[in-house]
Design a protein around this ligand. Sequence first.
Ligand SMILES: Nc1nc2c(c(=O)[nH]1)N[C@H]1C(S)=C(S)[C@@H](COP(=O)(O)OP(=O)(O)OC[C@H]3O[C@@H](n4cnc5c(N)ncnc54)[C@H](O)[C@@H]3O)O[C@H]1N2
Ligand code: MOO
Ligand SMILES: [Mg+2]
Length: 419
Amino acid sequence: MQSLDKQDRFHRKAIKPEEARELLMNHIRTLPMEWIPLDESWGRRLGENVYAPHPFPPFRRSGMDGYAVRTEDLLQATPDNPARLTVLESLPGGVVPRYPLGSGQATRIMTGGMVPDGADAVVMLEMTADDERDGMPTVLIGKNARAGLNIAEIGCEIEQGELLLSEGQPIGPGETALLAACGYTQVPVFRRPRVAIFSTGSELLEVDEPLSPAKIRNSNASMLSALVKQFGGAPILLGKVPDDVKAARELVNHGLRDCDLLLTSGGVSVGDYDVMVEVLADPEAELLYNKIAMRPGSPTTAALYNDKPIVALSGNPGACFVGFHLFVAPSLKAMQGEPQPVTPSFKAFLGADFPKVNAYRRYIRARTEIREGTIWVIPNGDDKSSLMSTIVGADCLIEIPPLKAALEQGHLVTAWKLE
Ligand SMILES: Nc1nc2c(c(=O)[nH]1)N[C@H]1C(S)=C(S)[C@@H](COP(=O)(O)OP(=O)(O)OC[C@H]3O[C@@H](n4cnc5c(N)ncnc54)[C@H](O)[C@@H]3O)O[C@H]1N2
Ligand code: MOO
Ligand SMILES: [Mg+2]
């Protein structure tokens, strides 16, 4: 029997997943900003609002290969009686027009070219016929045109000084295009969260070690490292410790020195060798929670050391994965300025019967499928928390509330995207 004192220190009170997330996220701070080269900024989040230094397009731009014209010259034009315009010049891309258009004149222009002053439309080449007259190039146009046709006015896409992108916005291909167009060779981004990771377990081998009896390879550290990268963090891999409280405590102290968040896996349940329970019972640590009313991942634990968060995830790979998504992923997003770090849920049809009944809310590894235009979520097979294979290909978690009866295929369920 444990002493009463020990039982007290290790007391567990199950709280809801939302409460657990909030308790942790109350201690998450946005990281400082840094400037990095645009070409390295994909996937990072903007550290401040970015404004347009100039309008875009920066000049009146032709949207077609054709002729820049004055629409008033085409008012009487018909296929049988086309207007004949004198061609002043033919503009290659990137060249400023030499002549403004006068009455009865046109300029040959290509897509993206700078429309000459005086022109108020571009007629596409297919609607025109070149026809020399008295040794001078002329063009015949048999139809009138509306003012503004095929011309993109200065600033029609982006006005000077306009908010281009907002703080916290992830930089994807579109954001990169805007930043490049506006001359941002360096972009302001939030620093990557530094996430120290170690695994506990005397049964653990390195990935490159051959199997030996009663041992398994440390797969959680690699999985967590990939997850941290997926959410914009920089993993710091600290390896593993055996089930030894002193060794685990030392690695916690070491890991906390140079990280924004410490992640551990294993040793959080009620077993004799569940060392993280003892480590986090340290009076210097402020325990946030050590039991969550959910499966998998019920023993997921979080604590603070001098306000620095440590999330001790369950050793079971499925539970480790789910715990990361529910608590760590939103924390990493918040550190990088995401204003809404918790992904909203969506409704979808359940793609297979769910026969299990239980008293806890479950989060099932699943994948989304579009069937005849409707979204279905298909459990990735057995959802036992010890399984790794059902993490493969998971792109969402299905939330199954506590149930007294099985759920049938086609039931409308709540799910969460795993970006
Ligand atoms: N008597 C009880 N036993 C258990 C309970 C309980 O309430 N009462 N809870 C179960 C639940 S739920 C879970 S989840 C697990 C949590 O276990 P721990 O977080 O303490 O993790 P370990 O005991 O260290 O390991 C569990 C399992 O995972 C494997 N593991 C651990 N680390 C890794 C790693 N880095 N890579 C791959 N696999 C790892 C480990 O070998 C074990 O098989 O406890 C239940 N027990
Ligand atoms: O909480 Mo455990 O992860 O259900 O198996
Ligand atoms: Mg255990």
